[in-house]
Write a protein that binds this ligand. Structure first.
Ligand code: GLY
Length: 372
């Protein structure tokens, strides 16, 4: 199978490893990729969010499958363009990608599908924002309506902080902000592979978004993750498929915008039961790095079956009993203004340790061949 994988982060490096190690993969191109993926695949420098560039490359390499890593190409309609060119694509079309691209749309779908989630108000004015903050009370949960690279959500006890974030959201993007009820209880991520009708869950994972130990500090794009979740109910994935993923996939199909790709169910296991915190329409980062480290069956076979509407016939994924954990090492200053260009050493030594591997994100190679 010839595969084109779009993206350049550690999530894509983990996807590339799982795709490249499978004997069914005959060729793997990562676009644009990173210095880590260049060691296991061919990197090609195109803009993954420009549909014409992706279709041209997929056609030229005679791709059997295109796998879209990040959300931006999906929201830009890359998956629609690839499918229109007759090439199987793992990733939802632009309309279905609104499940991640708009928090308000996700709430609308959840209401229509009867999916348990926090009560919410979609605000378009300062007055609505202020009234919603008073209605739900502290802790305040204020979410930017559009894409914000995991940084659009503020949870705070301070009303002025909640108001300031809400005000900032109203003055950019869609001009809408979502205020919702605070969900108590631990969070978990369950990824569901979907072909528009059938849903296959992957093993649950938990990620950590705050910068510092003990869940302190500012929100980031994610500092680490692990799987399995020994504390979670044994039937968590079955419950998520039954109460969340299948109803959403059915509702999307009913609207004529079938969901093909990865439905990321971000959940809170509250004292009142399972609730959806958010949907994403692509593999989670950094949970994917831990989840795929445990996958023992074929990733290309699974994703190709989803992209071609044959998931019901595909074998169930199988998993190692071992635990996996990933920890993000970030440049000084992250998640604010980072100091870039620092030399990175010690990767070979780390890779020599049993069951340890290093995934790249935001790295580069200097003219002298140094990793920075
Ligand atoms: N782990 C959070 C995300 O992928 O958005």
């Amino acid at each position: 199978m010839k595969i084109l994988l779009l993206g350049s982060g550690a999530r894509e490096h983990a996807l590339a490893r799982a795709l490249a190690r499978d004997p069914q993969t005959s060729e793997l191109i990562v676009a644009p990729g990173n210095p880590g993926t260049s060691a296991i695949a061919t990197n090609l420098n195109i803009d993954p969010s420009v549909p014409e560039e992706v279709v041209a490359l997929a056609t030229q390499m005679k791709a059997d499958l295109v796998v879209v890593g990040p959300e931006a190409p999906l929201v830009a309609g890359v998956a629609d363009a690839v499918r229109d060119a007759g090439i199987p694509c793992f990733g939802p079309g632009a309309e279905a990608a609104r499940l991640e691209g708009s928090k308000a749309f996700a709430k609308e779908i959840m209401t229509a599908a009867g999916v348990p989630t926090a009560e919410a108000a979609v605000c378009t004015t300062e007055a609505e924002l202020s009234a919603a903050l008073d209605r739900f009370g502290a802790p305040y949960v204020v979410k930017e309506d559009g894409l914000a690279a995991g940084k659009g959500v503020v949870v705070t006890d301070e009303r002025p902080v909640a108001l300031a974030h809400g005000h900032a959201c109203l003055t950019r993007g869609s001009g809408r902000v979502v205020v919702e009820d605070y969900l108590d209880g631990p969070e978990a991520s369950v990824f569901c592979v979907c072909d528009g009708a059938t849903v296959r869950p992957l093993v649950p994972a938990q990620d950590f978004k705050r910068l510092l130990n003990d869940d302190a500090g500012p929100n980031t794009g994610g500092m680490g993750a692990y799987s399995p979740l020994s504390w979670a109910p044994a039937d968590l994935t079955e419950q998520v498929v039954r109460e969340v993923a299948q109803p959403v996939v059915d509702e999307m199909a009913r609207r004529g915008t079938s969901f093909i790709g990865l439905l990321y169910c971000g959940l809170a296991l509250t004292s009142r039961g399972l609730r959806v915190v958010e949907f994403n329409v692509r593999f989670g980062d950094p949970e994917t790095q831990a989840v795929l480290a445990r996958l023992t069956s074929s990733l290309p076979e699974l994703l190709h079956a989803a992209a071609t509407g044959r998931l019901a016939e595909a074998p169930e994924p199988t998993w190692s009993e071992q635990s996996a954990v990933d920890v993000v090492i970030a440049a000084p200053g992250y998640p604010g203004t980072v100091t870039t260009g620092g030399t990175i050493t010690g990767i070979e030594a780390a890779e020599e340790l049993d069951d340890v591997h290093v995934l790249h994100a935001g790295t580069g190679t200097t003219e002298r061949g140094e990793l920075v």
